[in-house]
Design a protein around this ligand. Structure first.
Ligand SMILES: [Ca+2]
Ligand SMILES: [Ca+2]
Ligand SMILES: [Ca+2]
Ligand SMILES: [Ca+2]
Ligand SMILES: [Zn+2]
Length: 574
């Protein structure tokens, strides 16, 4: 018997060895939504399974004392993260936009799990640093799972605010009247209420025409008048919108709703801004939200001005490719094509720190509509309304799990009402069977941008004897990728030191040095002081030619040292 067990163990080990190539060190299935404890556990497992590739750090505590986790993916064997171009990814700054966390978690998992399986991923992880903060608004996302909730509740930071100026803070938010664990909608019979039952589907309501009698008035989310002031749900939790609380062109709440009392007043905002400032190597940031199926760039408001042409070209390069990686998504400009925002993360990153970035608005409502072919709908006036199509999708694809039909409830303040509507994990959030594709395609855009962080190479163009014991040394510094070593905004606003190209060698006597302005006309911008040290930047898919006039002969080392594009060196003989 004992022998048999040993034999079985041995064959199991062998089987495990055979399977090792396809097995994941950390198994995470992306067919459900994970609550905060589960997300934390996944991050800890990834960190434990990939100790030399990851560092898991709490950037600080939220208002309710939860950790704000940041998973750094950087191969410590290939150097410090600060010496590599960095990509920043975060999600769920709006606490009810929960799937953004899954996209971040998937991106982290994919980079690590595929490190030894896909050459391209291996190369990316070895040469770039990734900073992934799956959940910014940890408190509200955690409560989205824990509390009675609705798809529309939980955008705010957990900072009390007197929304109705009655001297009481957060005294009257929605209540789960019928105790089913969900906050749905209320309606009451009212012949002047503006709504009637849809004859095509009794679950649906449609607006009445001005001359028609109504059946229903809509009363918003379930709730009582908790403080007896005559209003229901007039002052729920918050409202501080962390994506209006960042420090570029912050505007007070009477201009920008949800701005908070001062910039970075919410704890995650302060923690994250301190963090990004400590990582000047970040070249690009992604902030995932829902919804709309959008790839959004700034400017988010007129106060940010217009972006320089060369930076717009970089944005367009990624945006247009992004629309193909993410079918159905549109690449847009936030402040022009959507609405004006002040104090948002994206503008803070670009206008204050000169860092390119996208807001990813995950998921769009057409994904949960029961659409016949698009052309048919446009020509067909009898096509069912969008809300009926959503009901049909629920009936036939989600098996009726998305909507709760109206039922009577005896409200102590309103009398007989009805409660029903779209349930919490619907509407802004895709059904669970759609999670994996959403995650993979969005992670693919992150990887595409990561591939295009500046990749600098140097080559010797010439060492030319120009007489009188002098030699002309020319080198070319090239960037084969789309992201420049510094954005135009970073250069214009002098946010970072520029890239440094130095030449040194024992006995090297440098007469002059500078950037070759025009190689064909032989024009050089010589610098006045310290010609051994030249400051510049390398454009998107561009180059810089550098020249030194030196005396004598020997060996010299040329070094390129950049804040966002890493370091390179080249040894030459002259
Ligand atoms: Ca109040
Ligand atoms: Ca309820
Ligand atoms: Ca009230
Ligand atoms: Ca009140
Ligand atoms: Zn959002």
């Amino acid at each position: 018997m004992r022998k048999l067990i040993l034999l079985t163990t041995a064959s199991l080990t062998m089987l495990a060895m055979i399977c090792v190539a396809s097995v994941s060190a950390v198994e995470i299935s992306f067919d459900r939504y994970y609550n905060n404890d589960e997300v934390t556990a996944h991050l800890k497992s990834l960190n434990k399974a990939y100790p030399s590739l990851t560092k898991l750090e709490s950037l600080g505590k939220t208002e309710e004392g939860r950790d704000i986790w940041m998973l750094m993916i950087n191969n410590s064997k290939t150097g410090s993260d600060l010496d590599k171009p960095g990509i920043y990814v975060d999600g769920t700054i709006h606490g009810n936009e929960i799937q953004a966390t899954e996209v971040c978690l998937y991106t982290a998992w994919y980079l690590l799990d595929k490190y030894d399986k896909i050459d391209k991923v291996h190369e990316l992880v070895d040469s770039r640093a990734f900073y992934i903060i799956p959940t910014v608004n940890v408190d509200s996302r955690a409560r989205f799972f824990e509390d009675a909730n609705s798809y529309g509740i939980g955008r705010t930071a957990r900072v009390a605010y007197d929304s109705d100026n009655d001297g009481l803070l957060d005294e009257d938010g929605p209540d789960d009247l019928d105790g089913d664990g969900e906050i749905l909608r209320m309606r009451i019979r009212d012949e002047y209420g503006g709504w009637k039952t849809d004859p095509d589907d009794s679950r649906n309501m449609i607006r009445t025409k001005p001359w028609e009698k109504s059946e229903w008035r809509r009363l918003g989310e379930e709730g009582y008048d908790n403080d007896g002031d005559g209003d229901i749900n007039e002052d729920g939790v918050g409202y501080l919108d962390m994506n209006r609380n960042y420090g570029f062109s912050w505007q007070p709440p009477y201009v920008q709703s949800g701005a908070g009392n001062f910039p970075m007043s919410a704890k995650p905002n302060k923690a994250i801004s301190d963090f990004v400032i400590s990582k000047p190597n970040i070249c690009f940031d992604f902030a995932f939200h829902n919804m709309g199926g959008l790839i959004v760039r700034g400017p988010g408001s007129k106060l940010a001005g217009t972006y320089p042409r060369s930076d717009v070209e970089v944005y367009d390069f990624f945006g247009h490719e992004g629309e193909k990686i993410l079918p159905g998504y549109k690449y847009i400009i936030g402040g022009m094509d959507m609405y004006t925002t002040h104090g948002d993360f994206d503008e803070f990153m670009y206008s204050n720190l000169g860092i390119f970035g996208f807001v990813g608005e995950l998921f769009f409502s057409e994904k949960v509509e029961y659409l016949p072919k698009h052309e048919d709908v446009e020509d067909d006036e009898d096509a069912p309304s969008r809300s009926i199509q959503k009901h049909k999708f629920d009936d036939f694809v989600s098996q009726g799990t998305m909507f709760r039909d109206w039922k009577k409830f005896d409200h102590p303040q309103l009398g007989e009402i009805e409660i029903g509507g779209w349930r919490p994990f619907t509407s802004r959030i895709p059904p669970t069977f759609m999670i994996l594709e959403m995650c993979h395609r969005n992670a693919s855009l992150v990887l595409f941008v990561a591939e295009h962080t500046p990749d600098i190479s140097m080559k010797l163009l010439e060492v030319e004897d120009i007489g009188n014991g002098l030699k002309r040394v020319r080198i070319r510094v090239e960037n084969s990728n789309a992201l420049p070593s510094l954005s135009r905004t970073a250069i214009k606003r002098d946010i970072y030191r520029q890239d440094m190209i130095t030449i040194e060698g024992s006995g090297l006597d440098i007469v002059s040095g500078g950037i070759v302005r025009d190689i064909h006309y032989d024009r050089v911008n010589n610098i006045d002081h310290h010609p051994e040290k030249i400051f510049t930047h390398i454009p998107s898919f561009g180059k810089r030619d550098v020249q030194w006039i030196v005396r004598g002969s020997g060996k010299a080392t040329i070094k390129y040292d950049a804040v966002k594009a890493g370091n390179r060196s080249l040894t030459i003989s002259y």
